[in-house]
Write a protein that binds this ligand. Structure first.
Ligand code: SF4
Length: 165
């Protein structure tokens, strides 16, 4: 429906910034399990569902993935494509679709502010946050809690991807 908007990542990162600026004013009330969380869940489910096919993982990293939802990858990969991506850039599991990560990379190059964060290593997805509000989780900083034993070697060394910075 509104998926075409993903082809305008530069505009979407501005929207992302604007939403962040507004919701952080309400961080006091936007707590996990608060009365407002269901409203946020509904808003994300409808809004981000329409534009990004959001799967409600509860740990949004859209700004670091070219405004392309990594959870729409059939393997739910969060750190780049699998080894099965086809030479024509199509998905190994579903050849009808382009690899989410080839698209994410191309789009991230169009993002002046957050494009470089594409190279950041993302921690494993925390399935316990599924179905919750990623905005609320971000404000409460529970989306960055990593499993015991997880070490991010260097926040910007996922790969030597050239970015126009
Ligand atoms: S990364 Fe998670 S919260 Fe963000 S759009 Fe994808 S499924 Fe939704």
């Amino acid at each position: 429906m509104l998926r075409f908007l993903q082809n305008y990542p530069k505009g979407l990162e501005k929207v992302y910034d604007a939403v962040y600026r507004v919701i952080r004013l309400f961080r006091r009330w936007l707590q996990p399990n608060s009365r407002l969380e269901p409203v946020m869940i509904w808003g994300e489910s409808v809004g981000k569902g329409a534009v990004f096919d959001c799967q409600m993982c509860g740990q949004c990293i859209l700004h670091a993935t070219g405004m392309t939802c990594p959870m729409t990858c059939p393997k739910n990969l969060r750190n780049g494509p699998c080894g099965g991506v086809r030479s024509n850039g199509r998905c190994e599991v579903n050849p009808e679709m382009p690899c989410v990560w080839t698209v994410a990379y191309e789009r991230s190059l169009q993002m002046p502010k957050y494009g470089h964060t594409f190279n950041q290593i993302q921690p494993p997805v925390n399935r316990r946050l599924e179905g919750t509000s990623s905005w609320v989780n971000m404000l409460a900083e529970i989306d960055t809690i990593t499993p015991k034993g997880w070490h991010t070697p260097d926040k910007t060394t996922k790969t030597a991807v050239p970015h126009n910075e």
